[in-house]
Design a protein around this ligand. Structure first.
Ligand code: ADP
Length: 415
């Protein structure tokens, strides 16, 4: 009755248990019933309902089936009771719970039967688990790994952006500091600069007066006047160089890279600080390589680099004697221009040597500790390097290297 009611709720199914009872075909070929069932099911236009669990998985959709396992278990239990001494006559005959609604998942799919349409307590066998059911853990692990990876990538991108922002800010700040450093140097050297400009003007006035006298004399001495005028032109050029280098100190960074003669820049700086060094009792010795190739650099920044190193050297020699500043240049291997600024000052303690290029490192009560870090940033911007070593007897030797203009482009410029 229960079977009939359930099937009434399940109109799609056709009861065809007969297919499971075929043992041979019309031509007399014998088949095990499960093979016959499979062959019939391949061409069936209706689902096949069977009555025994053993036919499940061979093309039948299922149904209320007899389960041999349950039958065997119940029989074994009764046998055990008899073996334990119970009289078979005393054991009551029961209906047993050996018929169950069992179904084949693939056949339900084939005939489009929803599991909701199956009788209550139905068991569906041979489920073919989907990719999700089969690889749930692996998929979850992959998703977690992907999410971690995506998070990491996002974090790295964010970090990279923050870093470039910080680098830009630091570059801008360094540029501003470099400007301030030049303005401070101009202020510090103002007396020396005024003297350096005044002196050639006085010399020119004297020479011009002499030339006038020689030309307005009763017998004009044109040759002497010509010589004086030539001197005036030379002196005017030197004065113009000083004015230009002061203007460079007051100018903002242009970051323009052009071929620069490092020897000329050193001479310009020495002209700027000549009076200052004289008043400090510093003797200057130069050894500048005349065959030095030009360096690719910003002339304003190069002037600032050398000025900082020279001023530091002069400061380091304030309390010692003798005060000798040696400046040398030479062409170094691998297409670099090499500069050396050596002083006979107090020198740099070994512990300080690793920090003197760090921003804000100073041993002076009124120092800012930015001069050398600006020097290093200028050199780095030019693709060069700067380092320091103790001088042979006393003092410090600062050395720098800058890339020279490549030989081919020197040839092009000469042409
Ligand atoms: P500041 O001159 O304001 O201290 P710098 O960055 O120019 O800043 O120099 C940092 C420190 O390096 C100085 O305080 C000094 O101790 C040391 N220093 C720089 N140049 C020399 C030098 N030629 N001899 C000895 N010490 C030096």
């Amino acid at each position: 009755m229960r079977l009939l009611l359930s099937f009434a709720l399940w109109p799609l199914l056709a009861v065809s248990a007969a297919a499971a009872s075929i043992f041979s075909d019309g031509e007399g070929t014998s088949y095990p019933p499960v093979d016959a069932l499979r062959l019939v099911s391949e061409v069936a236009n209706q689902p096949i309902v069977v009555a025994a669990e053993t036919f499940l998985g061979h093309g039948a959709i299922g149904g209320y089936v007899l389960t041999p396992g349950a039958v065997g278990q119940e029989a074994a239990e009764i046998a055990l009771r008899i073996l334990d001494g119970e009289s078979p006559a005393a054991i009551p005959i029961t209906e047993g719970n050996v018929v169950k609604p069992l179904f084949d998942w693939s056949q339900l799919q084939r005939w489009g039967v929803s599991e909701l349409q199956l009788p209550e307590e139905s068991e569906v066998r041979f489920r073919n688990p989907g990719v999700w059911a089969q690889y749930k853990l692996q998929i979850l692990a992959m998703l977690v790994a992907l999410m971690i990876q995506a998070g990491l990538v996002a974090w790295l991108v964010h970090e990279h952006r923050q870093r470039s922002l910080a680098e830009t800010r630091s570059r801008n700040a360094m540029g501003e500091l470099a400007n301030m450093n030049r303005l401070a140097a101009a202020g510090e050297l103002s007396a020396s600069i005024a003297h350096e400009i005044n002196q050639p003007i006085c010399a020119m006035v004297l020479k011009a007066n002499a030339a006038l006298r020689w030309l307005t004399a009763e017998r004009p001495d044109v040759e002497k006047a010509r010589g004086a005028l030539r001197d005036i032109v030379g002196t005017a050029h030197r004065a113009a160089d000083i004015v230009n280098s002061v203007r460079a100190m007051l100018k903002k960074d242009t970051n323009a890279k052009v071929p620069v003669n490092v020897n000329s820049v050193i001479n310009t700086v020495l002209a700027l600080v000549r009076t200052d060094l004289q008043s400090r009792g510093v003797r200057v010795e130069t050894q500048l390589d005349e065959t030095l190739p030009a360096a690719t650099s910003d002339p304003v920044q190069l002037q600032q680099l050398i000025l900082n190193l020279v001023m530091n050297a002069a400061e380091a020699m304030r309390t010692v004697q003798p005060r000798v500043l040696k400046i040398r240049t030479h062409r170094s291997v691998a297409g670099m221009v090499h500069g050396t600024i050596e002083d006979s000052g107090v020198g740099i303690g070994e512990a300080d040597r690793d920090h003197i290029f760090d921003p804000l490192f100073t041993t002076k009560s009124d120092g800012m500790g930015m001069g050398l870090s600006i020097c290093r940033s200028i050199i780095q911007k030019h693709g060069g390097r700067i380092w320091v070593a103790p001088a042979a007897s006393r003092g410090a030797i600062f050395q720098f290297e800058l890339p020279a203009v490549p030989a081919q482009s020197r040839y092009d410029q000469a042409a």
